[in-house]
Design a protein around this ligand. Structure first.
Ligand code: GLA
Length: 401
């Protein structure tokens, strides 16, 4: 299993130690407890392109899901979380067949997939926690799903394949929970490297790592505090709209396998057929595909200003054409753009709430958080959380479990 060892920061070590204590308080002391970590992610380019077969540029972040885990001698499955209410106590032979609308739907979906994966399945106790905001556009669900798959793969001595963990996560979220998401999030969680963006072409799932020099540029994330559950429909509605656009335009685009293959010119030629709503969705997708390639070229040639400008343009398109922004996110974007040294900024994740991601020159870091917070507070009367994030190297087992 490919892994990039990253030593855990002292603050992280303290929280992990606490997580292990919480595990023992809940499930009892005893040997055999292991600790796992799976990161969250931000996405810099390729907004809403993954389920359209387009290219995306995410990176895993140094915030994520902690899982303390232990094998049992019987076939009981015990799932609990320090971040969410509700536990699941069941048996491997009696895993829920349908989602219950609870946080544990995600690990259950993954377990159902992993059960078919061989090894030596046995009962397990899993305690979830961590330092990743939930439902904030930072991919907490993919982080939980990939983390569960990884932990279970280790506990059951399965294939050790990271690709299988990513597949299990996709199964959990798409087939079991029913979010019609693309492949970006579990790939970003599974296959990222520190100091790189992941280039993922969602048409054939090919990947490449693009260097992002952490000494020159930094990533900040501003959290609007507005939460929206992906499974609740607005996201699935965008997916359905894009599928409809493709269905309508496919007869005019011989050889096209997905909406990503449909050109901007073709979209304009058939504006009437699409009607205003589908036309704006299609315009976003066509422009974002071109912009994402442009952004990659800019990054590879060292043109950070060009790369940042593409990120900010993407936000405009998400706001005006794809209509997934909200005033809180727009304000966070505008406030960050006022700050000298900010290269680009946009909402990250699906939108409708959650966070913006800010790419800035490293020397511009002091004062950014205060400036963005102050602008937000003036308009909305409360504090957003603005933090610097580093990249991360994917799921791993941590020492000292
Ligand atoms: C969510 C989905 C992803 C992707 C993004 C939008 O995060 O889970 O698959 O579609 O939205 O880019």
């Amino acid at each position: 299993m490919s892994q990039h060892p990253v030593s855990e920061a002292p603050s992280r070590r303290k929280s992990l130690h606490q997580h292990q204590k919480d595990f023992h308080a809940r499930f009892g002391n005893g040997p055999g407890t292991r600790l796992f970590f799976a990161p969250g992610r931000v996405n810099l380019m390729g907004a809403h392109l993954d389920y359209n077969g387009g290219p995306v540029m995410p990176m895993a972040i140094d915030r994520g899901t902690f899982i303390a885990a232990r094998r049992r001698a019987d076939r009981r499955v015990e799932l609990a979380s320090t971040l969410e209410k509700g536990v699941l106590s069941t048996s491997l032979d009696d895993l829920p067949a349908r989602p219950a609308g609870a946080w544990h739907d995600y690990p259950v979906g993954v377990l159902r997939h992993q059960l078919a994966g061989g090894g030596a399945p046995c009962g397990i106790e899993l305690l979830f926690g961590g330092d990743l905001a939930i439902g904030a556009g930072l991919s907490s669900s993919a982080s939980i799903c990939v983390g569960t798959a990884f932990a279970v793969d280790r506990l059951w001595e399965q294939s050790g394949s990271l690709q299988r963990c990513v597949d299990a996560a996709l199964f959990g979220e798409r087939e079991f929970v029913g979010v019609r998401c693309g492949i970006m999030d579990p790939y970003a969680v599974g296959f990222s490297r520190p100091d790189h963006l992941l280039w993922l072409d969602c048409r054939d799932a090919s990947t490449r790592h693009l260097p992002l020099d952490g000494k020159r540029v930094s990533i900040a994330v501003a959290d609007s505090g507005v939460r929206r559950d992906l499974a609740q429909g607005a996201f699935n509605q965008r997916v359905a709209e894009c599928a409809r656009v493709f269905e309508l335009l496919r007869p005019f685009a011989p050889g096209a396998r997905c909406l990503r293959d449909v050109t901007a010119d073709l979209v304009e030629e058939h504006a009437q057929l699409l009607g205003p709503t589908l036309l704006s969705r299609a315009r976003h997708v066509a422009a974002e595909v071109a912009r994402t390639f442009r952004a990659r070229d800019a990054l590879l040639s060292g043109d950070l200003a060009g790369f940042g400008a593409a990120i900010t343009e993407a936000h405009g398109s998400l706001r005006d054409l794809f209509k997934v922004s909200i005033p809180e996110l727009d304000l966070l974007v505008d406030a960050a753009l006022d700050w000298d040294g900010v290269l680009g900024t946009r909402l990250t994740g699906a939108g409708f709430g959650g966070c913006t991601v800010i790419l800035l020159r490293t020397e511009a870091r002091p004062g950014l958080a205060e400036h963005v917070s102050e602008s937000f507070r003036r308009r909305f009367g409360r504090e957003p959380r603005v933090e610097l994030f580093a990249g991360d190297g994917g799921p791993r087992e941590l020492p000292g479990g």
